[in-house]
Design a protein around this ligand. Sequence first.
Ligand code: 13P
Length: 250
Amino acid sequence: MERTPLIVGNWKMNGTITQTLLLINELLQMAQNLKDIDIVVAPPFTSLYSASIALQDSAIGLAAQNMFWEHEGAYTGEISGDFLKDIGCTYVLIGHSERRQYFGETDESVNKKIQMALGLELIPIFCLGETEAQREKKQTFDVIQEQLKIGLKNLHMNDFKNFVIAYEPIWAIGTGKNATSEQVEEVHSFIRNTLEKSFDAPMANGIRILYGGSVKPKNARELKQTKNVDGLLVGGASLKADQFIEIIKC
Ligand code: 13P
């Protein structure tokens, strides 16, 4: 099955509204003639609305970096998926390792957020991955299996029509350490096989699995050859328009 490549720029906690709009304008100019690829950017919450207006009628999609699992109410500081829909987001990152590491997110809370996103027809980009210690102890597959099992609990076949998974080994995020194409392929095919066992082959073959962790133009080129890599989730390098476009062009 043909899976359209998807490249997502996660801008993390970077950029005022002015900086976000500058970057978006550069990207819009550089990305004008790119075809057969989906491009999505994820600016911080405060820039989302301005970004949404700037991206209107463009081919670049908009993601939020997080959301809460309730529609509204007394949850000080939280943002609901309804609000994200309201301002034109189509995707939402869920369970990024930085959320798990610094803000106490668990597989269970990730599952609640995924269910809420799906109910609102926001496309979840479900992030998972192992720590360096887990990899050294050869627990990578067990960890990924558990994250999938709990993260996807109570989901049904129909939920995966618009669904993205992002494998981000924590030891490769922001560290400059690259997972090799072999390491990435091993985990991506494990994820696809696990999905096939839990659901079915067409579902598993249809889902896009992205890789993230110190992606730069050089390793993007290598990862392109990797069978089960359907795109990339790019952090640092997506903050520079020329680097991000170079990665996309790979
Ligand atoms: P870096 O590309 O900066 O390593 O970040 C990866 C990431 O966390 C994307 O979500």
